[in-house]
Design a protein around this ligand. Structure first.
Ligand SMILES: [Zn+2]
Length: 362
């Protein structure tokens, strides 16, 4: 090895743009970045920010590229982990929700699989385990067990909401105000909405927790960690949007979902219910429900919904948000959506995979 002796310039790639965006950022790349962001369920802004860099790193990984195991300090994250989880889930091994992160549950599922196939159960996905996975590919075809597990867990609770724990995540706090327009700030509106929702949930026999106090604004991973730690059954994250255009208006909801079509089926259902209730109870424009891989949605272990409730930069939305009656109606709508989630009879399965037994009407 003669270090640096025969150094030739490395081929330019999207990766290099991370070091010096100005060098490579022409219009073509801008289109490519936007298309990539769209395909990965990220915010489509053409900016190679931390989320996009992470997604680029993750998208390059193919199952078999590297040894996968549960690393406590630096968990493996990527499409290869997602593919492994999906294969294991297809075969009925309990990986939880395939999220592309190799955590303890994925490790346990790999061990189960290894035991099942007569391999040494070391929890590491190496060449032998990969060969077994390959052999069994397509031999088991069925409903996605993770979807069924998540759905049935909630359904088996029945219509009683007693003891259901909801984590309420106010989008901002402390010095982080979020959007501010004419002295009206997102942080304060959301703090008010969060405490209204908390009060309504508690009064209805549910448990409610806020992910942080008014004095702080932890990052999304930390918010998710806290919700996971208290074992919340659902998470509702609250935001108000803003836009350079004063014409942008309306309410949108988001749940965890990937470009591969995997994600949280119950999260999707809850997002749809919240969207429906809020559109029905207010005169806000329906900006619909969308799948995203944002950190908070991705790291939460329970169905999670983010709500962007109107635009502070829009006169109509801002006026409504400033009214306490309006915020009370929104809190009521969210409570109604959560209640509906637990009412099985009229449930229309979001993925077409959940079958509610049909009772014959003689
Ligand atoms: Zn916000």
């Amino acid at each position: 090895m003669a270090p640096e002796a025969a150094s030739t310039p490395a081929p330019r790639s999207l990766d290099d743009a991370r070091d010096d965006p100005s060098e490579l950022f022409d219009e073509r790349l801008d289109h490519a970045v936007r298309a990539f962001q769209q395909s990965r369920g990220l915010s489509v802004d053409g900016i190679i920010g931390p989320d996009t860099i992470r997604a680029i790193d993750e998208a390059r990984r193919r199952l078999g590229d590297r040894l996968l195991y549960h690393s406590v300090s630096h968990p493996f994250v990527g499409d290869d982990v997602g593919a492994l989880q999906e294969r294991l889930a297809d075969m009925g091994f309990d990986v939880g929700r395939p999220d592309g992160i190799f955590g303890p549950r994925t490790e346990a599922a790999v061990r189960d699989f290894q035991r099942n196939r007569g391999l040494a159960p070391d929890g590491t996905c190496g060449p032998l385990t990969l060969r077994e996975l390959k052999k069994l590919e397509r031999t088991v075809v069925g409903g996605r067990s993770d979807v069924l597990r998540e759905s049935t867990r909630l359904l088996t609770r029945g219509p009683s909401l007693l003891g259901v724990a909801v984590a309420i995540d106010p989008g901002h706090g402390g010095d982080e105000t979020g959007a501010v327009v004419d002295d009206v700030c997102e942080r304060d509106l959301i703090a008010d909405l969060a405490s209204r929702l908390e009060a309504r949930l508690l009064a209805s026999g549910l448990e409610a927790y806020q992910t942080h106090g008014a004095h702080e604004s932890p990052d999304e991973t930390e918010r998710a960690r806290r919700a996971n730690e208290i074992g919340a059954d659902l998470l509702v994250s609250l935001h108000v949007d803003s836009s350079p255009s004063s014409r942008a208006q309306g309410v949108a909801t988001y749940y965890f979902g990937t470009a591969r079509g995997t994600g949280s089926a119950v999260g999707e259902r809850l997002a749809q219910l919240v969207q429906r209730e809020l559109v029905a109870r207010t005169d806000f424009v329906d900006c619909r429900t969308h799948a995203k891989t944002w950190e908070l949605l991705r790291h939460t272990r329970m169905p999670a919904v983010r709500i962007d409730l109107g635009y502070l930069t829009n006169t109509h939305d801002a006026a409504a948000l400033s009214s306490p009656e309006f915020r009370a109606a929104v809190a009521e709508g969210m409570l109604a959506a959560i209640q509906r989630l637990f009412l099985p009879p009229d449930l229309d399965p979001p993925t077409g995979q959940l079958r509610v037994p049909v009772v014959s009407t003689r």
